[in-house]
Design a protein. Structure first.
Lengths: 117, 115
């Protein structure tokens, strides 16, 4: 079974500062990794995903994440945040559903990013 | 196009009552998932439907929880004899086949409060 640890439950930063949200996962033979964002009163939206290939993945809204197999990490970064980035961010790992071609997700507990002016 | 929709958006019920939560996936998506998000917790997988295959129910927390998917589209999650610990946001997601099969599209959720 997969597991995901998001080390920080809350991260407050000032506008235009860089940010890193940390995510570690349990190892598996075949690992697919995701970051989702949940804006206030909205559903989850995919930010980016790592399936294979380049370990540096770029997503929407200027976010990127780097897959590090040796450290079993998939930290999310943005060089300069905006007020509008205030949201909860969830790291997730795929776990193959038996007999199916789609993948159920195991989520971390989330990190609340608060961007202050 | 239209995203995943869920109804109701909020549901308040009394302990012991049954509730039904509805999910309308994106048209043409073959896979449908239910997750539960308790306060301060990550999302917990509940159940997965894929086409006409038997659902994966491995995440359902007790036999009070059940779900069905009619005609490969709309899904209903039913919780019988609700308990206070069932209070949570219930999220539905769907995903397509093809190149984006591993991307799940989430609905806005149903917030269930059991008094």
């Amino acid at each position: 079974a997969q597991s995901v640890t998001q080390l920080d439950s809350q991260v407050p930063v000032f506008e235009e500062a860089p940010v890193e949200l940390r995510c570690n996962y349990s190892s598996s033979v075949s690992v697919y990794l995701f970051w989702y964002v949940q804006y206030p009163n909205q559903g989850l939206q995919l930010l980016l995903k790592y399936l294979s290939g380049s370990t540096l993945v770029k997503g929407i809204n200027g976010f990127e994440a780097e897959f590090n197999k040796s450290q079993t990490s998939f930290h999310l970064r943005k060089p300069s945040v905006h007020i509008s980035d205030t949201a909860e961010y969830f790291c997730a790992v795929s776990d193959r559903v038996s007999g199916g071609s789609n993948y159920k997700l195991t989520f971390g507990k989330g990190t609340l990013l608060t961007v202050n002016p | 196009g239209a995203g995943v929709s869920q109804s109701p958006s909020n549901k308040v019920t009394e302990k012991g009552k049954d509730v039904e939560l509805r999910c309308d996936p994106i048209s043409g998506h073959t896979a449908l998932y239910w997750y539960r998000q308790r306060l301060g917790q990550g999302l917990e997988f509940l159940i997965y439907f894929q086409g006409n295959s038997a659902p994966d129910k491995s995440g359902l927390p007790s036999d009070r929880f059940s779900a069905e998917r009619t005609g490969g589209s709309v899904s209903t999650l039913t919780i019988q004899r609700t308990q206070q610990e069932d209070s949570a946001v219930y999220l539905c997601a769907s995903s397509p086949t093809g190149a984006r099969y591993n991307e799940q599209f989430f609905g806005p959720g149903t917030r269930l409060t059991v008094l």
